[in-house]
Ligand binder design. Structure first.
Ligand code: PLP
Length: 376
């Protein structure tokens, strides 16, 4: 395989070999349908039960509160649409202006259906203000507050416990899109007062196309898909046993090593930042002090993020641009806009997201490559 440096772990991650090994039997010999009663299906059924228990333990939930889905997008859509449509009083949604499009576009769909949606602003470091939430809840009737746990572009971690507490004080339910946080940050859903939490396996070295939704016991959601009785009748369809097993294995691995990973990634971040500063490069390091370890969003003054991404690509380095909504759109992203990053910096933004398999040598090479491009 061609040598390259992968530093876009917030987009997706390399599957952990341990997760792949755990999946293999269910892709080969143990292919039974977990819903069938005969003994050949027993290993598949057992694997689903074990995976549910493992995931529940990792997030401080009960196994019956974990529902397997196809990933973050499905989990987000399910909660938003189901909670709002379930509410006979047609109350609204409060979310933030820096959410992933899985939330923002779901919110827009609900607006088209006549629901009231408020998008809270954020501070310069991408944090929602609890006082803003309090004020908005006091002046609106709201069934759901949905605020992401950690931002995908800049990594800032929201004051989730406080926000959930405020939502409950106003009789609203609280959902968090924790796609960037699960497996990277310690989470106990019950301690934090979370009612619904979305997660996606490919963000923590699990396979793509699988995730889960935590639904607190007692919180009612309409089924996402009608059909068979899988997932307690809430999400019909034959379970993707191999991927679910891979997800649980990868999550446990990351949760068991959370503190070591955090220390290692924070030290790699410092190496990157210090090397750039030492060279006198003019940049803003975006985001809050509390952030997902390894997620580094940098805005270089007077640079062009697209150009940086492509020049780094030519040097064999994968990063992403934070200044473009997508690869064909050169607008400043909704997140950087909401944070009011000055335009002369915002246009030169890249996100370097380090993960489980990045090394010091790779981070030094990334820093030196950026310096070379900016000095050329
Ligand atoms: N929410 C956030 C914060 C994300 O970063 C992503 C993916 O980038 C998603 C949702 C969508 O997750 P998935 O790729 O599993 O659909």
């Amino acid at each position: 395989m061609k040598e390259f440096i992968y530093a876009d772990n917030a987009a997706t991650t390399r599957i952990a070999p341990e997760a792949l090994d755990a999946m293999m039997p269910f892709l080969t010999e143990e292919y039974g349908n977990a819903s069938q009663p005969y003994s050949f299906s027993r290993p598949a059924r057992r694997a689903l039960k074990d995976a549910r228990e493992t995931i529940a333990t990792c997030i401080g939930a009960m196994p019956g509160e974990v529902f397997f889905t196809s990933g973050g997008t499905e989990s987000d859509n399910w909660v938003l649409k189901s909670v709002l449509m379930n509410d006979a009083d047609h109350k609204g949604l409060i979310t933030s202006s820096v959410e992933h499009h899985a939330i923002l576009h779901s919110g827009q769909t609900m607006e088209r259906l006549g629901y009231h949606v408020t998008y809270l602003p954020v501070s310069n470091d991408c944090l929602v203000s609890p006082a803003d939430l309090e004020k908005t809840l006091a002046s609106n009737t709201t069934s759901l507050v949905s605020i992401m746990f950690a931002n995908n572009e800049v990594g800032s971690i929201q004051p989730v416990e406080e926000l959930a507490h405020i939502a409950h004080a106003h009789s609203a339910l609280f959902h968090t899109d924790a796609v960037q946080a699960v497996g990277h940050v310690a989470i106990n859903v019950h301690k934090l007062g979370i009612d619904f939490l979305s997660s996606s396996a490919h963000k923590y070295n699990g396979p793509k196309g699988v995730g889960f939704l935590f639904i607190r016991q007692g919180c009612k959601l309409a089924p996402y898909a009608d059909g068979g009785a899988q997932e307690s009748g809430l999400r019909a369809g034959t379970e993707n046993v191999a991927s679910i097993v891979g997800m649980a294995t990868a999550l446990k691995l990351n949760c068991d090593e959370l503190e070591q990973n955090k220390a290692r990634l924070l030290s790699l971040e410092s190496l990157l930042i210090d090397t750039l500063r030492h060279e006198g490069i003019d940049f803003i390091h975006n985001g809050a002090k509390a952030h997902v370890p390894g997620n580094v969003s940098l805005s270089f003054r007077g640079a062009d993020g697209e150009m940086l991404l492509h020049r780094l690509d030519l040097m064999g380095i994968c990063v992403s641009t934070g200044s473009a909504c997508d690869s064909k759109n050169t607008q400043i992203s909704h997140v950087l806009n909401a944070m009011a990053v000055p335009e002369e910096y915002a246009r030169g933004t890249i996100r370097i997201s380090l993960g489980r398999y990045n090394t010091q040598k790779e981070v030094s090479a990334i820093a030196q490559s950026i310096i070379k491009i900016l000095h050329s």
